[in-house]
Design a protein around this ligand. Structure first.
Ligand code: UDP
Length: 145
């Protein structure tokens, strides 16, 4: 998900390009403003933490881009492309490393496991909104099927 700060900073195109260029496949995308309920469900593991209210306030403050990307080890790969949670610690070439300055404005969210990806996808997308398709480029991205 490109968070409100990423959208406001005009980073939608750059972030999508990075994921596309890596070889990941876009299977769903939606531009929306999160409701309080969606935000609370999304970040339920952080309820009660010191930063929780600020996080919910930020994520519901303006539109986001919710996306589903597919690929081998996609969760791990997206986390690497995103960089560490704190942009000050993130690898310089990562999305957060390149574009972020502080923890509460770290541009992008990505699921940290396949289980959380499934859970988070279901908050924003109906199953039929995920598009299954072949890309001919795949034989040039993966050695094996
Ligand atoms: N966050 C924050 N302060 C903290 C920890 C987290 O503002 O001390 C915010 C930050 O935007 C982060 C989000 O809460 O992206 C969720 O935290 P998590 O530890 O799940 O990090 P992520 O998976 O996003 O890297």
């Amino acid at each position: 998900m490109i968070k409100p700060d990423g959208v406001q900073r005009n980073l939608i195109g750059k972030i999508i390009s990075r994921l596309e260029d890596k070889g990941l496949k876009l299977v769903a995308i939606k531009f929306l403003r999160l409701t309080k309920e969606q935000a609370a469900e999304h970040y339920r593991e952080h309820a009660g933490k010191e930063f929780y209210e600020r996080l919910i306030s930020l994520i519901t403050s303006a539109p986001v881009v919710a996306m589903v990307w597919e690929g081998k080890n996609a969760v791990f790969i997206v986390r690497k492309l995103m960089g560490a949670t704190d942009p000050a610690q993130a690898d310089a070439g990562s999305i957060r490393g390149l574009y972020g300055m502080s923890m509460g404005r770290n541009i992008i969210h990505g699921a940290d496991s396949v289980d959380s990806a499934r859970r988070e996808i279901s908050i924003y997308f109906r199953p039929e909104e995920l598009v299954s398709y072949e890309k001919t480029l795949e034989t040039w991205i993966y050695e094996e099927k």
